[in-house]
Structure formats: structure tokens, C-alpha cells
Write a protein that binds this ligand. Structure first.
Ligand code: CA
Length: 234
């Protein structure tokens, strides 16, 4: 049974979340301030952490920063302020996902499930035995699926897990235009709830990392009004 830590100072919200997660078969625990939240998060006994941003004691960003020094446990940030979503998306905060208050409980539960699923798949991939032909190439890039690493001209790139998964998804069908909705569903792993900014921000960051000149991309292409595609050059 998966165990979720809810770090949230508003007790009503915390209770509602716990109630709904339990209904879905999850075990839950709660922390109502930042310091306790960090302590519990570091215990290693949770499969996912729901982390409020505004907390007494220590804010969610600081908790996440300290947690990431030691742990890759999936974290979904919960924020009450629209402007913070840009910070969560734009910086390398190490958050796996976010929801904005007020959120629908159904959406939250769906994201919790998707993130736990992803993290289980990753763990499995990392322990899978090495296979021949694991390196896949495109342009100056090489991908080592065993190590989940991407190299540009032989130099390993610093990519987030999501960026790596995006590249893998595009590689499955080079030159096919993929809609943002499809990316949201297949790479993020949940239904489309109307906010596709996460996709655009992730694609922009990926482009900045992959392209020699992000203003004139050669690999990650945009088809206006339709989506993105990986240009194989063929
Ligand atoms: Ca709060």
C-alpha cells in the first residue's frame, strides 16, 4: 500500500485530502508545519509527498531543496498563488508536479496516482539488466536507456527526469507532430485539465538544453497550432 505524506497547515484541507486518499486505498500521514514536514519527508517511509508552499516554520521550496539533497521521492507542490506556479515550473526546484488551490480532489488523486506510477516505472528501469543496443542516436545525441542519460557530442547532459522522458517519447515517432494534450497525457501521465503551460515550459527548457541556438531550433520543432515534433533531418 502506498503511503502519502501531506504537508499542509490548513487542517481542513489536510483532512479532506487524507479522507479522499484513504478512500482510494492510500495510507496517509500529516504534518502541519514546515519543520515537522521536512523531518517526516526525510524519514524515507513515504511513496509521495504533497507539499504546500506557504507553511509556518519553513516554506515548501526550502523543504524541497533540503529534501532533494537526499531523496528522489516524488513531490507534488500545492500552491495557493497562481504566480508561484511559474516559480515551480521555471526553476529547477525538483518538484515532480504541482496543483493550484482550489483544486479538485479528483484531479489531485489522479496526479498522485500518476506520479506514483511513474516513480515505480523509473525504479524498475534503473534495476533492469543492461541490454545490447541500448544506445539510440539522433543528430549529435546519444541516449543510454539503461543509465537514463542523454549525451550531446559525447558529453552527458543535465536533464530532469521529465525532460528525459520527453526525449524518449519523441524518439518513438520522430517527425510526427505531437499535440500538447498528448504529451500531457502520455508523458505527465494524467488527463488534460486545461492547463498546458507545464508542457510549454518543459519544452522551452528542453530546447534550451538541446539546441545550439534555441531561437532557431533544429531538433525540437514547433508546428504552430498543432504541437511539437522531433526533426530527424530526413
Ligand atoms: Ca498553507
Amino acid at each position: 500500500m502506498s503511503k502519502i505524506l501531506i504537508v499542509e497547515d490548513e487542517k481542513t484541507i489536510s483532512t479532506i485530502i487524507a479522507f479522499n486518499l484513504k478512500k482510494e486505498g492510500f495510507e496517509t500521514d500529516a504534518a502541519f508545519d514546515g519543520v515537522t514536514g521536512l523531518e517526516k519527508a526525510l524519514s524515507g517511509e513515504f511513496d509521495l509527498i504533497l507539499l504546500d508552499v506557504m507553511l509556518p516554520g519553513m516554506d515548501g521550496f526550502e523543504i524541497l531543496r533540503r529534501l532533494r539533497e537526499k531523496s528522489r521521492v516524488p513531490v507534488i507542490m500545492v500552491t495557493a498563488r497562481e504566480e508561484e506556479t511559474d516559480k515551480i515550473l521555471g526553476l529547477d526546484t525538483g518538484a515532480d508536479d504541482y496543483v493550484t488551490k482550489p483544486f479538485s480532489v479528483r484531479e489531485l488523486v489522479s496526479r498522485v496516482k500518476a506520479n506514483i506510477r511513474r516513480s515505480a516505472v523509473q525504479a524498475e528501469a534503473q534495476t533492469a539488466p543492461a541490454q545490447n543496443g541500448d544506445r539510440q542516436l539522433f543528430g549529435p545525441f546519444a541516449i543510454d536507456r539503461q543509465k537514463q542519460a542523454v549525451y550531446k557530442n559525447g558529453v552527458p547532459m543535465e536533464l530532469s527526469q521529465r525532460e528525459y522522458e520527453l526525449i524518449c517519447y519523441f524518439l518513438e515517432t520522430p517527425d510526427r507532430v505531437i499535440s500538447r494534450e498528448e504529451l500531457m497525457e502520455k508523458v505527465w501521465g494524467y488527463e488534460y485539465y486545461g492547463d498546458l503551460r507545464a508542457v510549454d515550459v518543459a519544452m522551452r527548457r528542453l530546447r534550451e538544453k538541446l539546441e545550439d541556438n534555441p531561437a532557431e531550433p533544429r531538433y525540437i520543432m514547433t508546428r504552430r497550432g498543432a504541437g511539437y515534433y522531433l526533426n530527424s533531418g530526413k
